[in-house]
Design a protein around this ligand. Structure first.
Ligand code: SF4
Ligand code: SF4
Length: 156
């Protein structure tokens, strides 16, 4: 009986019609395609992109207090940072912040422990363009941490 049903389905091209019906069902809808890199796909609300340091929006002042918690919590030891204290100042000045993007698993622990409020000094941004042409460029220095990863546009 099962063989007969299969034979009838084969003769009547049942699978082909099923596929054609599905194609016709989606044809009137607008295309989902994004014209990347001109158009960037929006990210999900809690997307974990490349790490980025943030400044005070109003003054542009450093928000990182050089507490070293992010470096200590990283399971792969990917963050190295240091700073100095100006005479008479309580908060340290951030001198360097090196982040090895190439081995980051985007676990988010470093951003989670960052204690500064209301502006978090270290966040996981929406930046997902992480490719570079060399390994050295995967080590982000402090200036690149504020600006995000520079996007290298493809040219022929
Ligand atoms: S996201 Fe995770 S692996 Fe990447 S630097 Fe932060 S703690 Fe380390
Ligand atoms: S945890 Fe936050 S405040 Fe502390 S050193 Fe890292 S980025 Fe700076």
């Amino acid at each position: 009986m099962r063989t007969l049903v299969r034979l009838i389905k084969t003769v009547l091209l049942a699978d082909l019609w099923k596929g054609m019906f599905l194609t016709l069902k989606y044809t009137p809808q607008a295309a989902f395609t994004f014209q990347y890199p001109a158009e960037r796909r929006p990210t999900a609300p809690r997307f974990r992109g490349v790490l980025r340091l943030q400044t005070e929006p109003a003054t542009g002042a450093q928000t990182c207090i050089v507490c070293d918690q992010c470096a200590k919590v990283c399971p792969d030891d990917l963050i190295a940072l240091g700073g100095h204290r100006e005479p008479g100042q309580k908060i340290k000045v951030l001198d360097y912040f090196d982040f090895n993007l190439s081995r980051c698993s985007f676990c988010g622990l470093c951003a989670e422990v960052c204690p500064t409020r209301p502006i978090k000094a270290l966040i996981m941004s929406e930046d997902y363009e992480l490719g570079t042409y060399s390994r050295e460029a995967q080590i982000l220095r402090v200036d690149e941490m504020y600006d995000g990863v520079p996007i290298e546009l493809y040219t022929r």
